[in-house]
Write a new protein. Sequence first.
Length: 504
Amino acid sequence: MSHAYDLDKSLINFSTNYWLADWTIREAVEGVGIFGGIGSGKTSGSGRLLAKKYLSDGFGGLVLTAKPERELWEQYCRETNRQDDLIIVEPGGQHHFNFIEYESSNKNGVKPIVQNIVEVLQTVIRSSEEKSGGKSDDPFWESALDMLVYNTIELCLLAYGKVSIQQLYDVAMSIPKSGDEANRDKDGEKKIPFYQAFAKAQEKIQKLTDMFEASLSVDERNNLDYEDRDFLYNVFFEAVPDARTLQSIDQFFIETFRTLSEKTRSIIEFAFNGFLFRMLKDPVYSLFCNKPSTFKPEDCLDGKIIILNLPIKTYHKIGRDCQVLFKYIWQRAMEKRNIRENGRPVFLFADEAQHFLHEYDSEYQATARSSRIATVYISQNLANYHANMGGTKSEHRVKSFLGTLGTKIFHSNADTQTNEYASALIGDGYTEDISTSSTMAGEFSTTRGKSFRLERMVRPEEFVGLRNGGPKNKFLVDGYMHRQANPFPDGMNFRKITFSQTNS
């Protein structure tokens, strides 16, 4: 392993008059969470320092954007001589990523193609529901949506041998409803995308079935019991597995989904069709659905820095959905890599990180160290994470997520919940309490006593007054860093750090 990829290589040096300490790549890949109020210097202080350290050390990475940050990262790359590694994904740009094309060709021998695509779409849709607080704890809705997504993709693949967002949308929008058959003739069905796809799938299966039957010898054909329906189905399903798939699709759409009540069905369809509708609109359609890919997630393993310049402040919900989609695909790609063949650390950097969370983040972050993914999530306060991870039902999700971030940095903040969390995380310590008493009973006497009491080493209110940079503070930003399992030489797991907005 080269020195650049040594997990114990120092990224940041700490020093006092009495000791020296390092913050290493090993700690970087255990994840970093940064908190700070508006104008606290979290982005221009600790965020800037980490970004430039990762770039200087040759990390590849993915940058998610809640606000326009292209110029900021271009500046970082110029200052670290990484301009040639930039891949900027933005409307009107030269780069595109066709996620369905990528997932369809990503055969790892474990999951079928359809499952790869289904998992991506499910993750983004559910993430959007959690953010809006619309995700129900009733497993029915989740299962129903999963089945709709899965069967729609399966039908498109059977019919056309490939799948596209346009195909999915057309088929999903024309799924038959109860009573439709009474008002439609066969000629009308030929014009409806769902029936067109179903007819093509049936035609392909029939050809495969005929080919199988023609391949049988006379004796084998005579042994077939055409009156035993179950026996016959088992024979043909074993020979033509896609026939079983088509039967399952038919049962779902015609016998199950079509019979749902109008209200129930509309809720399920709205979640899926609404997402597909947004994906069909430019610039998203051109960037992620239509054109051939000019890059792939694995390019980060060669040192490329992918910036998704689709800031939420500009592109709103669809900008967020696309970034969550690519982030999920990127995380899976980084987890699959062979560290022995390529040990280069990669970073995932997200300012206003609460916007980009999905249901598998805690799971992926728990294994980020072994995959050498250095996550940096920046947010103002805990309330942002709660609001974007299910509202009042988010307590365990937020705790689980934050528990996977090994280093936390707390800047100036007026949010009491976040300050209480930071204070409790840093912990309690014993302080010496000296008391003096005097008496005059004939003679004057003084007594001194000493006791110890346990109290917070950093009080919650102390975070409010931390320096937040700018000219008045000589461009210096204060923050408390807490690191797990690796105390500083003084035995403490925390340290008050000063970050420069100009020199780091």
